[in-house]
Design a protein. Structure first.
Length: 253
């Protein structure tokens, strides 16, 4: 219960900050709309049999790009305000931090998918299956995004300690999330083909998500603690000066 309460409090704080400036939501949704427009101009003239193998790739390629934009900003507030050490020193479970960061990233991805999936279904004849099987489509999108976020948040935490590492995260993120995206791609093709084994595919995706969440929860604390920036010599000297001023003593020459 303590872990759940802390996770909800941190997630509410993340969402409150996001709703205040809408930085990630606006950027991600605008990017999604631009990509949808480009896909439509490029592939709308194709016949249904030609768009059928393209729709799964369009879906998860967009999710990968939007996820990269979101994850590169996951720890930027802590990095820019230099509050990562304070967050680690607070009496908060490390797992609660992982749940809050992953939850906020997942919500942003799902908001984008709420535009992306209906857009693909409206633009391409092969995507009509998304309208015909809404529950299966929702389960597919949630499971695919959850697996992507589970592993992506872990690597975002590993690069949270320094500036200028967003490009490095983008380079690392695609190889490590490729298995999740490929599995989601295969399951999406099974959905579009109305494969009778679709429940089995979704069950395997759920099992994969559980494994990835377990690995992320297990490794998050050592990765995040190792990424916390050490106090620099300049910061240490400034801290000493502040303590001398607070005690009324003069700084030694």
């Amino acid at each position: 219960m303590r872990l759940l309460r802390q996770s909800l409090l941190l997630l509410r704080s993340e969402l409150r900050q996001e709703l205040r400036d809408l930085e990630l939501v606006l950027t991600s949704t605008f990017f999604t709309l631009v990509v949808l427009g480009m896909f439509y101009l490029s592939f709308a003239a194709l016949e249904k049999k030609h768009t059928l193998p393209a729709v799964p790739g369009l879906l998860w390629l967009t999710v990968a790009f939007v996820g990269t934009i979101t994850l590169t900003r996951a720890f930027d507030r802590e990095r820019e305000a230099d509050t990562l050490r304070a967050l680690l020193a607070a009496p908060v479970e490390r797992l609660a931090i992982y749940v809050a960061k992953a939850g906020s990233t997942l919500l942003v991805l799902l908001v984008c998918c709420a535009l992306l999936v209906p857009g693909l279904a409206s633009m391409f004849p092969a995507g009509q299956v998304f309208w015909d099987m809404p529950l299966e489509t929702a389960a597919l999108v949630v499971l695919g995004c959850l697996g992507y976020v589970a592993i992506g948040t872990l690597f975002a935490a590993g690069l949270a300690g320094g500036g200028g590492k967003n490009m490095l995260l983008a380079v690392i993120l695609y190889p490590v999330t490729t298995p999740v995206l490929m599995f989601a791609l295969v399951t999406t093709r099974a959905l579009l083909d109305k494969n009778p084994n679709l429940p089995s595919y979704l069950g395997q995706m759920a099992a994969l998500d559980v494994i990835l969440l377990g690995v992320g929860a297990l490794l998050f604390e050592p990765v995040l603690v190792g990424a916390a920036p050490a106090r620099t010599a300049q910061a240490a000297r400034q801290h000493a000066r502040d303590r001398l001023r607070a005690t009324g003593r003069e700084e030694p020459r």
